[in-house]
Every structure is written in structure tokens, then in C-alpha cells.
Design a protein around this ligand. Structure first.
Ligand code: XMP
Length: 319
């Protein structure tokens, strides 16, 4: 893509000018946005960059391993794999309010980055994969008065006390443009095509209190659901698909016995930029087969529902 090739050179020049000789730490989440940010920065400043991949204990099944592997196999950049799951899950214990969850996760991210930044000599910048829709959605809603729908932990600038300046090279881009850029930068197609995943991770797909038990059930159900979507060749038609585990147990029957397990909701939407979305019109056959698989393969779930809310009035995530 000619336009993106030119824009890429412009972004690289801007990064070099902004950063100078300083060191940058980049928050890798495993998503396309932060990956493209990290690779772009690596191209611009090489060893002046250290990427930190934080495992907050709210990632999907096998995700941390996959992300670290992809970077190790394809790019020669400084990468720290930080397992901070005990810290995050500990602080989230007993918390069920969505905004409180987001604020806790946002605060801990900053603490964790501060900790790593302190260990890296000359680190003065923090790079983030903020996109244009993140910027406008967190500022205003439908051109009306300024209303925050959800506080994104990765938007809004960093507290002064952190003493790090922000580098956000993707601030002017939409998602599809980031994917084009990722392609330019040699990211594997399978990685570029991954659905978006929110910074707070599974925390916002687990309404109510977050427990390790619920997270484990959620991970397994989500993996089955995504497997179904891939097997039916639907993955690339869908903007985002995931399971939410509901904070309610319901009665069911399995074999000769009564069960009392969690209910879950499947979510799948089409969208251009995440600002608006339509629920995906799966066939009843697909939904029935998926429900059967989840209930048979995932211990702890005995009821599956499908979320048919579009955005607006719903949001894509449940919290
Ligand atoms: P909602 O739920 O607001 O989500 O309709 C719109 C898009 O944003 C993603 N999302 C986030 N991404 N940090 C992120 O990086 C966040 O805190 C966050 N919250 C929501 C969501 O997955 C969807 O793609």
C-alpha cells in the first residue's frame, strides 16, 4: 500500500524526533495495536526500546505463550515477559463494579510499568497503541456533552508523577489502517487478523466478582467458541467474538443428575471501527452445536445464551 508506506516513514521520523537518545518502554498487550506500536518503534529506534508484556492473569487460554513466541520467532527486540497475575487478581478480589475494576487495572498497569521503567536506564517514554476511536470515544459521545462511557485503562495520559512521557504513534489511525501497517511491518497474517482484545481482558467479560475458578471456566468456554467459529470459516467475517461468564448459577440436568452451574453468554459482532456494531447472525444450527460442545466440554457451565444486542444501545463488551 503506497499511502501506508509513506505514512510509515513519516511516523518513524516523528518517533525519532520525539524520542531522541532516550529509552522507550512499550506496553505489549498481545493485541494488534500494541504489537504494531512495538514493531514500529523497534524499526525507528532499535535497542532504545524495551517491550514489556504484562500477564495480568486476565488473558485467554494459551495467549501469553503465543504472544511471546510470535515476538521471539519474528523480531529481535528486547522483550520482558512480566507475570503479574497474582498482583492483579489479588487487588481485584471481591470487586464487582465495572468502573472500579477498570480503575484498579489501570492503576496497577501504571505501577507495574513504573517498576520496569525504574530498572531501565534512561527510560523517559512509554509507548501505547492508542487508536483514533479510543481518543474520541473517551472524550465525547455523539458530539454531545463530554461523557465517559467506560474508562479505557490505556487512554487519557499518564499521571505526572510517573515521570514518563507518552509516545502514541497510532493516534491518527483506525483499526483497518493499523492492520495494513502491520502487514507492511511483516507481522504474520494470522496475528494481524486476530480480533481486538480489550486491555482489561477477561475482567470485563466476567461481570460480578472475578475468581480464578470463573476465569478458568471462561477461558475454556471461549476457546471452544473460537474453535467453532474458525471451523465454520467465520472468524474473518466477525469483528470480535468472545464468551462472557455470567454471575449466576442455574439448574440443569446431565445424565441422571441435577447440575447447578454457571450460565454464559456468547457474543459476536460485526463492526468497522468498534464505535457501532451489529450482532452476528449465526445460524441456529451453529448456535445449537456450539452450546452442546461448551456444555459437554467445559465443566462448570450448564447453560449457554446468545447476546443479540447491537451497539448502540449495548456496548460490545459486557462491562
Ligand atoms: P465497547 O465495549 O465500549 O468496546 O463497545 C469497543 C471496543 O473497545 C474495546 N475495549 C477496550 N480496548 N482498553 C482497550 O484497549 C479498554 O479498556 C477497552 N474497553 C473496551 C472492546 O473490546 C471493543 O473492541
Amino acid at each position: 500500500d503506497w499511502t501506508m508506506a509513506a505514512y510509515r516513514e513519516e511516523m518513524i521520523a516523528n518517533i525519532r524526533e520525539q524520542v531522541g537518545d532516550s529509552h522507550v518502554i512499550c506496553a505489549l498487550s498481545g493485541g494488534v495495536d500494541s504489537s504494531v506500536t512495538g514493531i514500529l518503534l523497534h524499526e525507528a529506534i532499535g535497542d532504545q526500546l524495551t517491550c514489556v508484556f504484562v500477564d495480568h492473569g486476565l488473558l485467554r487460554l494459551g495467549e501469553a505463550e503465543q504472544v511471546v513466541q510470535m515476538f521471539r520467532d519474528n523480531y529481535n527486540l528486547n522483550l520482558i515477559h512480566a507475570d503479574e497475575s497474582d498482583l492483579f487478581l489479588g487487588e481485584l478480589e471481591g470487586v464487582s463494579d465495572p468502573e472500579t475494576k477498570r480503575k484498579i487495572i489501570g492503576r496497577l498497569f501504571i505501577d507495574v510499568f513504573q517498576k520496569y521503567a525504574d530498572q531501565i536506564e534512561g527510560a523517559q517514554f512509554l509507548a501505547q497503541g492508542t487508536l483514533y476511536p479510543d481518543v474520541i470515544e473517551s472524550v465525547s459521545f455523539s458530539g454531545g456533552p463530554s461523557v465517559t462511557i467506560k474508562s479505557h485503562h490505556n487512554v487519557g495520559g499518564l499521571p505526572e508523577k510517573m515521570g514518563l512521557k507518552l509516545v502514541e504513534p497510532l493516534r491518527g489511525l483506525f483499526k483497518d489502517e493499523v492492520r495494513t501497517l502491520g502487514h507492511e511491518l511483516g507481522l504474520p497474517a494470522s496475528f494481524i487478523g486476530r480480533h481486538p482484545f480489550p486491555g482489561p481482558g477477561l475482567a470485563i467479560r466476567c461481570p460480578g466478582e472475578i475468581t480464578r475458578e470463573k476465569l478458568e471456566i471462561l477461558r475454556k468456554a471461549d476457546a471452544v467458541y473460537i474453535d467453532q467459529i474458525r471451523k465454520h470459516g467465520l472468524y474473518d467475517e466477525i469483528w470480535q467474538a468472545f464468551v462472557a461468564i455470567l454471575p449466576v448459577r442455574t439448574v440443569g440436568v446431565m445424565g441422571d443428575g441435577r447440575t447447578y452451574d454457571f450460565a454464559c453468554a456468547l457474543r459476536a459482532v460485526t463492526s468497522v471501527d468498534g464505535m457501532t456494531a451489529d450482532y452476528y447472525p449465526f445460524s441456529h444450527e451453529f448456535l445449537g452445536e456450539t452450546a452442546t460442545r461448551i456444555i459437554n466440554e467445559v465443566k462448570g457451565i450448564n447453560r449457554v445464551t446468545y447476546d443479540i444486542t447491537s451497539k448502540p444501545p449495548g456496548t460490545i463488551e459486557w462491562e
